[in-house]
Ligand binder design. Structure first.
Ligand code: MSP
Length: 657
């Protein structure tokens, strides 16, 4: 890493939907890294933004009945609001629909076209709408997209291509001779494997407007727009002045770290470097791919209804605790599991117990026994050999140096673990010295040494955690009587920074312990209230639409959207004897439905069945499990059979009339 500056980026996020935990994670990670570098007094630039073109956004707009620009303008606000709430201090937020970006993208395209790096050709390929990528027949897995497993379309069309293939050998060589370029190392091997095992194709960088109109128009052919990835990747340079502000560009480029999720490795480690090479621009110093957040062991997905909503977590547990959990829990590079139980466990042990207790002890006892004034204590107490003071201070200093080496290696969870170990060491020190007894016995001098040493240790630990929890750690510094809320990392190795005579105050409880029983009771009450409300609404609805003669109109029948669906997976819901959780394929869509059929069918009997569902039923939660639709069944007495079709249809999703 170059020592003069630090430039960090997040991927720019698609504005087809609201932000989720994956987006929040990368942005918090970038913020934490930027904060550490700012504390080191290093000029730091942190860029994030939104990816606003392409099929995904156009389709979302169509679905929501708005123009693509309206879709962008509405959704971008949700990202910007979340970043504000998460205390994200980015230096810039780029939107790819901004002129400062689109004009430079066109300039780059024109230049590459003029230099024959881009050419026009006829192309036939298998296209995945969801991933917006072409694949060859060989790439497909069981005829489906190798990335998302959805069906692909065969498309023949004229398009523009970037001569990516000619850079294959150069890129292999570059990655091999720059071991830090792609991190972690196993991801570099993944890219190398990809590059060495197959011939790199030229990259299709256009989309005919007849198929997709929402994009940046090619400057040399107005019938086409730019492929969204070719446009999006350029944000990393257009935002820092490429082609518009040479001085700024020189200051920040090359980027220190592009943070990305593992799913966008190829675009960043193959497309992006070859694009830069063709443009004659230096490559970024590193690209770091982190793993995925899972719910337990399952992938988060909208259809499974298990996506963590960052806003809810913040509302329930606070911003800093949420930031802390994400950074402490994920070993960078690997997948991690997010469950509320794990969150509460870590909150109660690390924050409420270890850090919270230490803070309370130091501040309470200084108030009670020393009139809230920090005493004068000589640094000699930690310099003397073998004293408890020297030992506890050494533990804290070890955390300082671990942090220093861990940050450039992106071992944040490890570094935080070291800080927590140091904090537990200070708590042990207090138990050993028992200042409460010293206070009662009037041993004021020894008490002063003890509390001051603990306060100094706390100051250093709070500074190390400040980049992760800026708000709470500022409050803690205030409690220790410090007037500057932001720490300086160069003061971390000096003992005696807290001024003698300054007054300590007790901030509001930093991390009040989460009472699990109380929380469960609250949740139960909320669920019951929701149930009661739904029941009341149902009753009300019945009142509003009385069926006078028991008959319904043709329009009412037509309003019910019945479709065929195939049962892919079935699983009885734990703790119930009737409810079955089903995963269904409804045409190209996947859905989850909870049905009360477990007394009549086993899971094995259900898988593979073609059934009829009410597809436009309002989603609901049954026993906390999301259900999107309803299965049709016929029943007499205690017998029940599912309504199915006469002979299997070629595909699911057929309308039932
Ligand atoms: N727009 C592209 C990126 C272009 S960058 C030039 C994109 N956007 S995205 O909104 O779909 O995803 C952004 C990031 O979120 C990706 O890095 C992806 O890995 C990450 N995540 C999405 N779900 C995730 C988890 N469940 N866990 C962690 N991160 C995941 O791709």
């Amino acid at each position: 890493m170059s020592a003069e500056k630090y430039y960090v980026t997040t991927p720019i996020y698609y504005v087809n939907d609201k932000p989720h935990i994956g987006h929040a994670y990368t942005t918090i990670l970038a913020d934490v890294l930027a904060n550490y570098h700012r504390l080191l007094d290093m000029p730091t630039y942190f860029l994030t933004g939104t990816d606003e073109h392409g099929q995904k956004v156009q389709q979302a707009a169509e679905k929501n009945g708005m123009t693509p620009q309206e879709q962008c303008d509405q959704t971008v606000v949700r990202f910007q609001e979340l970043w504000k709430r998460l205390e994200i201090k980015h230096d810039d937020f780029i939107r790819t629909t901004e002129k400062r970006h689109t004009t430079i993208v066109q300039k780059v395209l024109q230049d590459l076209y003029d230099r024959d790096e881009i050419y026009r050709a006829e192309y036939e390929g298998m296209y995945c709408v969801g991933c917006e990528r072409f694949f060859t027949e060989k790439d497909l897995v069981d005829g489906n997209c190798p990335d998302c497993n959805r069906p692909v379309d065969k498309i023949v069309e004229s398009n523009y291509f970037f001569r990516m293939s000619k850079y294959q050998d150069w890129l292999i060589d570059y990655i091999e001779s720059n071991p830090d370029f792609i991190q972690p190392a196993f991801r570099a091997n993944e890219t190398l494997g990809f590059l060495k095992n197959k011939e790199l194709q030229d990259l299709c960088i256009s989309r005919p407007k007849s198929r997709l109109s929402w994009g940046i128009e090619l400057p040399f052919d107005q019938d086409f727009v730019t492929y969204v990835w070719f446009d999006a990747l350029l944000n990393y340079i257009t935002a820092v002045g490429y082609g518009s502000d040479d001085e700024m560009f020189k200051k920040w480029w090359p980027c220190s770290t592009h943070l990305i999720g593992k799913d966008i490795l190829t675009t960043h480690t193959v497309y992006w470097p070859t694009m830069l090479k063709a443009m004659g621009v230096e490559l970024p110093e590193s690209i770091f791919a982190h793993g995925w957040w899972l719910t337990g062991r399952t992938k988060m997905s909208k259809s499974l209804g298990n996506v963590v909503n960052p806003m809810e977590m913040i509302d329930n547990y606070g911003v800093d605790a949420f930031r802390y959990f994400l950074i402490a829990e994920m070993t960078l590079g690997q997948d991690a599991s997010f469950t509320e139980e794990a969150f509460i466990r870590r909150f109660n042990s690390d924050l409420a117990n270890d850090l919270g207790n230490l803070t309370n002890r130091v501040l309470n006892m200084t108030s009670r026994y020393l009139d809230a004034k920090l005493p004068e204590v000589n640094a000699a107490v930690v310099e003397a050999e073998g004293t408890p003071e020297a030992e506890v201070w050494a533990g804290v200093q070890a955390a300082v140096s671990e942090m220093e080496t861990a940050i450039p290696k992106m071992k944040l969870d490890y570094a935080i673990g070291q800080v927590l170990a140091a904090i537990r060491g200070v708590n042990r020190y207090l138990e050993q010295k028992a200042p409460w007894t010293l206070g009662k016995n009037g041993e004021t001098e020894e008490l002063g040494v003890t509390l001051y040493t603990a306060a100094e240790c706390l100051r250093v630990c709070a500074a190390l955690l400040y980049p992760v929890m800026p708000e709470k750690m500022s409050a803690l510094r205030g409690g220790l009587g410090m007037t500057d809320t932001k720490p300086q990392l160069d003061k971390l190795t000096t003992f005696g920074v807290l001024a003698a005579g300054s007054t300590v105050t007790q901030p509001d409880a930093l991390f009040p312990r989460i009472d699990v029983k109380k929380l469960e009771a609250e949740k139960k009450a909320a669920a019951e209230a929701e149930k009661a409300q739904k029941k009341a609404e149902k009753k009300e609805k019945k009142k509003v639409e009385p069926s006078k003669d028991g008959l319904i109109s043709f329009d009412q029948v037509m309003a019910v959207n019945l479709k065929t669906a195939k049962i892919l997976e079935a699983e009885q819901i734990e703790g119930t004897d009737k409810l079955m959780k089903l995963q269904l394929e409804v045409g190209e869509e996947k859905r989850q439905i909870v049905a009360g059929i477990a007394l009549h069918y086993t899971a094995e009997e259900l898988v593979g069945k073609i059934v009829v569902i009410v597809a436009n039923l309002k989603p609901a939660k049954l026993r906390g499990v999301k259900s999107e639709g309803m299965l049709l069944a016929a029943s007499v007495g205690d017998k029940l059979t599912l309504v199915t079709t006469d002979g299997e249809l070629p595909s699911t999703g057929a309308a039932v009339k």
